[in-house]
Design a protein around this ligand. Structure first.
Ligand SMILES: [Fe+2]
Length: 205
């Protein structure tokens, strides 16, 4: 169950319209390494994560990524408020405008619509945690790339906050991987379904 709190995780107050920047930042809404993919990845992987504290981490971070999705949507919305015809043309925002007006649509910076193919839920805890650590680094790189195009402090500030959270998430998933690896050494942990696992291992011999 989710309870909604009517406030952003970090304040956003952008005064300057900038559709060009909005077109780039939208990728963290619905792009390959964006916040929608992140939240769906973790909130889906948590069901089969076998250790309660690791399940809790996926839950925590998955929910936080939803807050980040809300922040990115707010940034895009504020950057495209009160657009003029000239600003749309000058920024090359016309293709997006024709399809979505100024609605916030989950797509990449290149305009590719969101797809679940951006994320994986493998049901194997080691595999899933490695995916999560890679995803956090990819998100961090994307924020680094976005910052290269930002010159408005009202945008830079929340984007830096989001970038920092990716670093923290990467570290938390790293800790979880260590916890899991330690548990793998304890007897029988890996046998989630002993008879099924035995068949797999026998086949692999
Ligand atoms: Fe993250």
């Amino acid at each position: 169950m989710f309870v909604y709190e009517k406030r952003l995780q970090y304040p956003i107050k952008i005064k300057q319209t900038n559709p060009k920047l909005a077109q780039i930042i939208i990728t963290q809404y619905g792009g390959p390494d964006g916040e929608l993919a992140a939240s769906l990845r973790y909130l889906s992987q948590r069901f089969t994560m076998p250790v309660p504290e690791l399940k809790a981490t996926l839950n925590d971070i998955g929910v936080e990524e939803l807050s980040h999705l809300e922040m990115i949507g707010t940034i895009v919305y504020q950057l495209t408020k009160n657009l003029t015809e000239e600003q749309i043309k000058a920024a090359g925002f016309d293709a997006y405008f024709v399809d979505h007006t100024t609605g916030v649509y989950p797509s990449s910076a290149a305009g590719v619509p969101f797809t679940a193919a951006y994320l994986q839920v493998k049901g194997d805890p080691i595999t899933d945690l490695h995916e999560d650590m890679a995803a956090e680094q990819k998100a961090r790189t994307t924020y680094d790339n976005i910052l290269r195009y930002c010159d408005d402090p009202d945008v830079i500030d929340p984007i830096r906050f989001l970038r920092q959270r990716e670093v923290v998430h990467y570290q938390r998933f790293g800790e979880n991987l260590r916890i899991l690896t330690d548990k793998l050494d304890s007897k029988n942990f890996y046998a989630f379904n002993p008879s099924f696992d035995k068949k797999c291992f026998d086949k692999a011999k």
